[in-house]
Design a protein around this ligand. Structure first.
Ligand code: HEC
Length: 116
């Protein structure tokens, strides 16, 4: 399957909404690990606390990624599966993290993004 096809399938499968996947408040340490993963791997190119009007980084701000109607670039309904694939395979300018982060780390990272 080509990456384009995988992305299309993931976008179409947007059934998992962020609301069902958000971590419960007692999982603070889980979110702290997610925050550290974000800082190590993503923060150089993505803001998470600044909205797009105030972000000056190379990649789009991931602020409220799962709370907004649409994702900043793809304009798809926010969907966890798509974000997993974006992280694993990267993009035109974004590096792929499939060899650097395992599935559990990617999940923790996305839980952190969904908490913002
Ligand atoms: C070297 C800079 C860079 C790094 C590091 C990086 N990204 Fe990106 N990211 C980008 C750029 C630039 C885009 C948009 C263009 C593209 O796809 O290359 C993007 C796009 C995205 C998108 C798609 C947004 C949309 O609306 O479709 C998501 C989600 C994303 N990045 C998440 C992450 C996460 C999570 C990490 C950390 C694991 C990360 N990025 C690391 C540069 C980066």
């Amino acid at each position: 399957m080509s990456l384009r096809l995988i992305l299309a399938v993931a976008l179409a499968a947007g059934s998992l909404s962020a609301a069902d996947t958000k971590s419960p408040p007692w999982e603070t340490s889980h979110l702290v690990i997610g925050r550290d993963l974000f800082r190590e791997n993503c923060a150089v190119c993505h803001d998470i606390d600044k909205d797009k009007m105030h972000s000056r980084k190379l990649g789009p701000s991931l602020n409220h990624l799962f709370k907004n109607e649409k994702m900043p670039l793809s304009h798809a309904k926010p969907n966890r599966q798509y974000v997993v694939i974006r992280i694993k395979f990267g993009g035109a300018l974004m590096p792929a993290f499939g060899k650097r982060l395992d599935d559990s780390e990617i999940n923790t990272l996305i839980d952190y993004i969904a908490s913002k």
